[in-house]
Write a new protein. Structure first.
Ligand SMILES: Nc1ncnc2c1ncn2[C@@H]1O[C@H](COP(=O)(O)OP(=O)(O)OP(=O)(O)O)[C@@H](O)[C@H]1O
Ligand SMILES: [Mg+2]
Length: 320
């Protein structure tokens, strides 16, 4: 099988996730390269390990750059820490006021609270950067490479976590509003209310896009090994509860050659896991990618992977 449906005009956001080291970055870049042939494509790395830069052999940073050697592929690294510090800088005053007006904390407590993280906020902020790009609409496709499973799961559950926090904050505000109204007879919405409302809207925007099966697709990447299969199972279960759709799964590093004793043994060892994958994830179409003799680095190697993903390469050309 080959990857399908990604050229559909409605589909904008394609997210790759899976266990560490299974080939997410390689597959995300190869997919972005393929799509960039017909669509203006933005490749977004949310992995702080800078692996997109390494794989493309080109420095990619917190600013969009055109990928050398391509006509229509652009790339950016959106790192949660940076997105979060930008958010804190921008909204420090509102956060402080929220704590001052809603609790019995003294100044020292408030200063300490300000240094604590709001659950899910860093991931939400990196996601916000992504959907801001989508809403600006400069690109036709947005391909996201995530860090290993834990991170993809955090990314997906972050809107829910932040939503809980907003609810608590809104309850604290409600008490404050009640007090003001009791004393002065009326209450005017202030900058903290506007801030909380803005956050709530951001959460809603993210959830709406993630759950829209026409606009967003999550592609899990797995390899024929026990741990990777278990993690993929957990990832898909979490995606299911979050209402995020997966239609296809990439099974990477599949041994195809039988040319030597070692290859034969590896191939046989993978067999039960390949069966396991087809049983456990039977509702997903599987794209098998052979293990290449060399690592996937640079445009030529990525192009080979692109061929496998989109044109089903079980042929001798890619014999390992
Ligand atoms: N089919 C393949 N054949 C040979 N090497 C591969 C294949 N797929 C990926 N690799 C190599 O495996 C290594 C890990 O791949 P990659 O960085 O894409 O994985 P990842 O899932 O993004 O890892 P991480 O979880 O660390 O972000 C890289 O060196 C890459 O070149
Ligand atoms: Mg990676």
């Amino acid at each position: 099988m080959a990857l399908t449906g990604l050229e559909n005009n409605d589909l904008k956001l394609i997210i790759f996730g899976g266990k560490g080291g299974v080939g997410k970055t390689s597959c995300a870049i190869a997919t972005a390269l393929a799509l960039s042939e017909n669509f203006k494509t933005l490749l977004i790395s949310t992995d702080p390990a800078h692996s997109v830069s390494d794989c493309l052999e080109q420095k990619i940073g917190f600013r969009v750059v055109k990928v050398d050697g391509t006509a229509n592929l652009f790339a950016i690294e959106v790192v949660a820490d940076e997105a979060l510090s930008g958010f804190i800088r921008e909204h420090q005053a509102e956060l402080k006021k929220l704590l001052e007006t809603s609790t019995n904390l003294d100044n020292d407590d408030i200063e300490e609270m300000m240094t604590l993280s709001i659950p899910g906020i860093d991931e939400v902020m990196s996601f916000k950067t992504i959907i801001d790009f989508m809403e600006e609409g400069q690109y036709d496709k947005y391909v996201v490479d995530t860090a290993p499973t834990g991170h993809a799961l955090r990314l997906i559950s972050s809107p829910r976590l932040l939503d809980e926090w907003i609810k608590v904050a809104a309850r604290m505000r409600w008490k404050y509003r009640y007090m003001i109204t009791s004393f002065s007879g009326s209450y005017q919405q202030d900058d903290v209310d506007v801030f909380l409302l803005g956050l709530k809207k951001t959460v809603k925007r993210i959830e709406t896009i993630l759950r829209d099966n026409n606009r967003c697709e999550f592609i899990p990447v797995c390899i024929p090994e026990a741990m990777a299969i278990l993690e993929t199972g957990r990832l898909l279960a979490e995606l299911g509860t979050s209402g995020i759709v997966s239609r296809q799964i990439i099974v990477n590093n599949v041994m195809t050659s039988q040319g030597c004793d070692f290859c034969m043994k590896r191939k046989n060892a993978q067999m039960p896991y390949l069966h396991d994958i087809s049983n456990k994830f039977e509702n997903l179409s599987r794209i098998e990618v052979p293990v290449f003799p060399e690592e996937i680095k640079g445009l030529d190697a990525l192009d080979k992977l692109r061929m496998c993903l989109f044109f089903n390469c079980q042929s001798k050309t890619f014999d390992n």
